[in-house]
Design a protein around this ligand. Structure first.
Ligand code: URA
Length: 233
């Protein structure tokens, strides 16, 4: 692999910026200063240092963003800003969102360039647990808990898997799902004539927003990635 491609792949800088970093004698491969962008390296064998610091090569990147309101879960959009816009400066190829949150929904959204894992995590067979906090437009009826346990029938007669609803107070609840149908939470509540007026995802596959403010993200640790990889089996 070319050294400039490697440096942009690891998110250090854009392809053109890496040329400057190379020209400035800041890059060493196996302790030899390299200035040519086309210099070939093996990312798994060669030791690459930038400003004396050893770089770690990764094929895949995993982030959790606390999605803010007003952003769409899309790679590009003509009308609204996208969740991927927060990651543009990293220059990581193939980064995408795992599943979707509505424009007005906030909370945990996984972002990765591991397409295979993303595909598995959003497949209905994966049974990934998702936990939402929701606020509705009128007081919640206690009978909803049992109805959600039985499996809610949506407007198109599709029946949802059993879901766990915990009523927190008159208009707020948490909802645990193991599937991810289109607008599922809103449609489940609508089946009982409630409108969801605020929706936040607290968990996706046991991942949380940790301390991230809306628009902030963190990179997953090794053990969190291993936990996600269990879904590949
Ligand atoms: N269900 C919804 O209705 N909206 C979301 O954003 C996520 C789940």
């Amino acid at each position: 692999m070319r050294i400039d491609k490697y440096l942009s792949n690891i998110g250090l800088a854009s392809r053109s910026e890496t040329k400057r970093i190379l020209k400035d004698h800041r890059v060493q491969v196996n302790d030899v200063v390299i200035t040519e962008a086309k210099h070939q390296i093996n990312p798994y064998v060669d030791v690459v240092k930038v400003d004396g610091k050893t770089m770690k090569y990764k094929d895949f990147y995993y982030f959790v963003i606390n999605k803010p309101q007003g952003y769409v879960s899309a790679n590009t959009d003509e009308r609204y800003p996208t969740v991927l816009s927060f990651f543009e400066d990293l220059n990581i190829k193939g980064l995408t969102h795992v599943g979707r949150l509505d424009k007005d929904t906030t909370g945990v959204l996984l972002i990765t360039n591991n397409g295979k894992l993303a595909h598995f995590l959003i497949s209905p067979k994966s049974n990934v647990k998702k936990v939402y906090s929701l606020t509705v437009d009128k007081d919640l009826d206690a009978s909803l808990v049992e109805a959600f346990k039985q499996g809610v029938k949506l407007e198109n007669n599709e029946v949802c898997r059993p879901a766990k609803l915990i009523i927190k107070n008159a208009r707020e609840a948490t909802l645990e799902l193991t599937e991810g149908k289109y607008h599922q939470v809103k449609r489940m509540m609508r089946a009982f004539h409630y409108e969801v007026i605020a929706l936040h995802r607290d968990e996706f596959a046991n991942l949380t927003i940790q301390n991230c403010q809306p628009g902030e993200y963190y990179e997953l640790k090794e053990e969190q990635i291993k936990m996600l990889e269990q879904y590949l089996r």
